[in-house]
Design a protein around this ligand. Structure first.
Ligand SMILES: Nc1ncnc2c1ncn2[C@@H]1O[C@H](COP(=O)(O)OP(=O)(O)OP(=O)(O)O)[C@@H](O)[C@H]1O
Length: 281
């Protein structure tokens, strides 16, 4: 029997199973991602966050289970159709900036726009604007080999956002950055996503980064092990306006959930928030 995904979920996954060379990485993950929200997927190293991101984004299909995007099945698409979906509707930032070495920073950022059919000049202008937002405007004419790792990652973030995708998948996006740069880059990523109504799925083992999210799903050993915190008030506030006390409480709760893995997350909800069971995520 096929169960239709809920209308208000831009992404919806059911009962995902995935193994790497016989070792299970996902053991039955069901997850819904709402349009325009920032969903953090957190948990210790090796719990399956990257594998989940890869399955949701169509990079690497699950062995079993379903993934739906805007009520269309992704799990039944062939490789070419998945690649097209990824190129046109999704953005991706990984833990390592993967830029085209032959292209300048501006050309790298303009590339998804050009592939989507934007005129050359408009793509170059938009790329320059995104580089400016990410504080790397002065790198526009340089190639990746001439840039520092943190500059390359900022450019990768600009590239993921420039074509205004429906969903950005960010897998440990601050990994190559110095501590001082992490907050700034994440704020830009979150703020830009919110202002352009881009849905952001953020995988991170750092509970501190999960404070930027509207909801937090904690994974353990290939499963979503703890309830998702729902903070509707944060969905309408820019990242800069996050109440530090609420952010700290969420961070502590997520840290605790990661440590305890299977214990429920303590209730640190803001007034009016709801809490979902993993199956209704
Ligand atoms: N290509 C692969 N080949 C073999 N095993 C893999 C592969 N990719 C992931 N795994 C294994 O699958 C499990 C889940 O890994 P995954 O990278 O999804 O977790 P993660 O939570 O993202 O961890 P990390 O933060 O370290 O990337 C781990 O046990 C990992 O060793």
């Amino acid at each position: 029997m096929t169960i239709a995904p809920p209308d208000n979920d831009v992404l919806w996954a059911r009962a995902l199973l995935k193994s790497h060379r016989g070792t299970p990485a996902l053991r039955g993950v069901s997850l819904g991602v709402r349009e325009g929200e920032v969903l953090a997927v957190t948990g210790p190293r090796g719990c399956g966050k990257s594998t989940l991101i890869d399955c949701l984004s169509g990079l690497s299909p699950a062995d079993e289970g379903e993934v739906w995007f805007n009520s269309s099945p992704v799990h039944t698409l062939g490789r070419a159709a998945r690649e097209r979906l990824r190129r046109e509707r999704f953005g991706y930032v990984g833990p390592e900036p993967r830029l085209v070495p032959e292209l300048t920073a501006r050309e790298n950022v303009a590339l998804p726009l050009l592939l989507a059919g934007a005129p050359r000049k408009a793509a170059a202008t938009a790329a320059a604007e995104w580089l400016e937002r990410l504080d790397v405007a002065d790198c526009a004419r340089l190639r990746p080999a001439d840039l520092r790792q943190d500059q390359r990652q900022r450019i990768a973030v600009a590239r993921a956002l420039a074509h205004r995708p429906t969903v950005v998948f960010a897998d440990e996006p601050t990994a190559p950055l110095h501590r001082a740069d992490r907050d700034q880059v994440l704020r830009i990523l979150v703020t830009a996503s919110r202002s352009h109504r881009i849905t952001l799925v953020l995988a991170t083992h750092d509970p501190g980064l999960a404070r930027y999210a509207d909801r937090v799903a904690t994974m353990s050993d290939g499963r979503i092990s703890a309830p998702v915190l729902v903070r509707p008030a944060m969905a309408v506030r820019p990242a800069q306006a996050v109440d530090p006390a609420a952010g700290q409480a969420v961070e502590q709760a997520v840290e605790q959930a990661v440590e305890q893995a299977v214990e429920p997350v303590p209730d640190v909800r803001e007034e009016g928030a709801e809490q979902c069971s993993p199956t209704s995520v």
